[in-house]
Design a protein around this ligand. Structure first.
Ligand code: ADP
Length: 326
């Protein structure tokens, strides 16, 4: 395998708090180990448009506490084509980059996998997404911060919900995964979570209302994962108005607030550890793996597994919510 001299780093897809902490850790660990580092702007787009900047340790000063990503992020359709990836590879090699660290979600790692297999060079991925939906890692960078944002928002909504004795559907992110809804519900003491994973098995709304969930309460809060499968908060509220008109129902969609803010201590630590591990992986000759964390141990997960496998939710948590909301 050719010796690595220069490592390129990019953030891609949906942004997540903690990506900056990850960029900092990758940059500093690489420089510590004698590598050159280049920052690639706007994800894969920057490889195609050749927006590539030499990175020194100072480029990543004072960013560990900042949300978003200093490298910016983008969705890049051109990179989905072989011609786009060819241009990306030509620019990358012209800049002297011989390995990549990609921080992003499922889509970004799928792109990394294809790129690495086409051009046979090392790429290491880091799971950066608030959705926590990557297989092989207990948590992803940004998930804990987003959960805390949800918890704080729900605390505020509960004040008004209980004053007016209303049923609130609060929509959180997670198009295909209910981690935010499920754990957000536990953290905020919500009465239920409606998630895509079980949407085809049970009618979660009928089950919820059929259980008489408001018997001992003057207000109720239900967290709903945004998803065609759940119907989203708006879809569920419509159903309640038609099927259970006795309830005074309201909807709040938390939206992009969940992506922002200064990363939590957990996310900063996770991003820092994974950033260091990404360079260690390259030093050990690993390629085409995602860094994961399992039981506090850093692990390498082949891209194929991280992307293809569905990360299971812990179904016991649904019962926990039910018991704790009586
Ligand atoms: P996320 O990484 O947050 O899941 P996306 O799914 O939007 O976000 O993916 C981010 C980018 O990764 C896409 O805009 C595209 O440039 C690249 N990408 C995603 N899937 C593929 C693929 N199958 N082939 C090549 N590139 C891809």
């Amino acid at each position: 395998m050719a010796e690595i001299k220069c490592i390129g780093i990019l953030t891609s897809g949906g942004d997540a708090p903690g990506m900056n902490a990850a960029i900092r850790a990758v940059t500093r660990t690489a420089i510590y180990n004698g590598f050159e580092v280049k920052g690639i702007m706007r994800g894969y787009k920057g490889l195609i448009t050749n927006e590539i900047i030499p990175f020194k340790t100072q480029n990543v000063s004072n960013i560990i506490q900042q949300g978003g990503t200093i490298l910016k992020t983008a969705r890049c359709m051109e990179f989905m084509t072989p011609e786009g990836r060819k241009l990306a590879y030509e620019n990358m090699t012209a800049q002297g980059i011989d390995a990549l660290v990609v921080i992003g979600g499922d889509g970004s790692l799928s792109g990394a996998r294809i790129f690495a297999s086409e051009y046979n060079f090392p790429i290491v991925g880091m799971p950066g997404t608030i959705d926590n939906d990557l297989f092989g890692t207990d948590t992803t960078i940004g998930y804990d911060t987003a959960l805390n944002t949800i918890m704080e928002a729900v605390d505020k909504i509960r004040d008004t919900a209980s004053s007016h004795e209303r049923l609130f559907f609060i929509e959180v992110m997670g198009r295909e995964a209910g981690f935010l809804a499920l754990n957000g519900a536990i953290a905020s003491g919500a009465e239920a979570a409606i998630i895509p994973e079980i949407a085809t098995e049970v009618d979660q709304l009928s089950e919820l209302i059929g259980n008489g969930f408001r018997k001992s309460k003057n207000s109720s809060i239900v967290l709903v994962a945004e998803s065609e499968l759940t119907g989203g908060a708006t879809g569920l509220a419509e159903r309640v108005k038609n099927e259970f008109p006795q309830y005074d129902v309201r909807v709040t969609i938390l939206g992009h607030i969940q992506r922002g803010g200064s990363p939590s201590a957990s996310d900063r630590i996770l991003a820092s550890r994974m950033g260091e591990a990404s360079i260690n992986a390259l030093l050990e000759g690993q390629r085409n793996v995602m860094i994961g964390i399992q039981n506090d141990e850093l692990v390498y997960i082949p891209f194929s597994k991280a992307i293809k496998n569905q990360k299971p939710i812990n179904r016991d948590l649904l019962n926990t919510i039910k018991i704790l909301s009586i």
